[in-house]
Design a protein around this ligand. Structure first.
Ligand code: NDP
Length: 311
């Protein structure tokens, strides 16, 4: 019921206009209309805005949406505004959808230059801290993001500027924030130490949480106290970003891939029940900025309001 109500609320909002983003980021521009940016969950909210702002900078944007007709409708708004936007179905939870998308990209564009992992879900609102949909939240926000990164890396084209991966994360997933952090100091240290960090450690952490949700013991597990499942999913995205930053830094010049994540702030979208304090336009800004940074050597970092923040 709760899920259905939230979904109804989401559908009630119309797309914003396709007016170009007011602050051009053209200084040191390395991109062109041949630069291909893929945005997941781009049919609405922050993803739609990131697609719009990237296209307004003159890139070609592939707007992806898990629902084909909604994606087409969203893309039409941008296309009618004169923006270079293509559209394709993509459900980050569905491996055959990801595979089909990869085949389509390879055939139609040969590769991509930017991946924005925006698709995400959250079923907590206000003081509500239900873990009823914990599995879907972790699967979508963490495993879906990871699946897209793994699928897209082989399609990332070599370039002097380097390809870029930007994931929309959240301060709720901070490892060492003053509030809402993991109680287990050893686990915090392990997740925070790049020498110790591995995909296995991250997967094991979220899977232990999910196991405790299933057992009904998660409340005494020392997990973040606010939006627990969502915070865990973003904690994993943050950790995976750091890990991939390290792994990808071995690539030779001309084949670099830079990966970062950011918190958009508390944004007025369906996800927050439109209760945020900033617009989707503003929420998208740091992500677009990160995707387009000139001379980027920054990788494996976490940002908010165009500034690095600690994990
Ligand atoms: P919305 O709920 O408006 O948008 C979420 C988008 O993700 C929708 O397009 C949705 O598609 C898509 N999505 C969900 N599941 C999947 C899936 N399996 N495959 C593909 N797409 C999927 O939320 P926001 O715009 O606010 O959120 C965007 C991102 O920003 C999320 O990652 C969120 O966690 C993050 N974020 C948001 C904050 C906020 O204050 N709003 C704060 C911090 C982070 P559909 O329309 O089909 O449901």
């Amino acid at each position: 019921m709760k899920k259905q109500r939230k979904e109804e609320k989401r559908d009630s909002k119309k797309f914003p206009s396709s007016a170009p983003f007011p602050i051009p980021i053209t200084r040191g521009a390395w991109w062109s209309p041949e630069t291909i940016a893929v945005v997941t969950g781009a049919n609405r909210g922050i993803g739609f805005e990131m697609a719009r702002q990237l296209a307004a900078q003159g890139l070609t944007v592939i707007l992806t949406s898990r629902d084909t007709s909604v994606g087409l409708e969203a893309a039409k708004v941008l296309q009618e505004g004169g923006l270079n936007v293509d559209v394709h179905q993509l459900d980050v939870l569905d491996s055959s959808s990801i595979q089909e998308f990869c085949d389509w990209i390879r055939e139609r564009y040969g590769g991509i230059d930017i991946l924005v992992n925006n698709a995400g879900v959250n079923y907590n609102l206000g003081s509500d801290n239900s873990v009823e949909f914990a599995k879907e939240v972790i699967q979508t926000n963490y495993y879906g993001t990871k699946a897209m990164i793994k699928a897209m890396i082989p399609l990332m084209r070599p370039s002097a500027a380097g390809a870029r991966i930007v994931s929309v994360s959240s301060r709720l997933g901070r490892l060492n924030g003053r509030r809402n952090r993991l109680r287990d100091l050893t686990l915090r240290e392990q997740l925070g130490d790049l020498d110790d960090l591995s995909e296995e450690v991250i997967d094991r952490t979220v899977n232990t949480f999910l196991q405790q949700v299933e057992d009904g013991t998660w409340q005494s597990g020392g997990w973040p106290q606010t939006y627990t499942d969502y915070s865990m999913s973003k904690l994993a995205v943050n950790a995976y970003t750091r890990l991939m930053g390290k792994i990808l830094s071995d690539r030779p010049d001309g084949e670099k891939i830079y990966i970062n994540c950011f918190c958009p702030g508390w944004v007025k979208t369906a996800m927050t029940g439109w209760a945020g304090n900033i617009s989707a336009e503003d929420g998208a800004d740091t992500g677009v900025w990160l995707a387009l940074l000139p001379d980027q050597a920054i990788t494996g970092k976490f940002f908010g309001e165009r500034r690095e923040i600690s994990f």
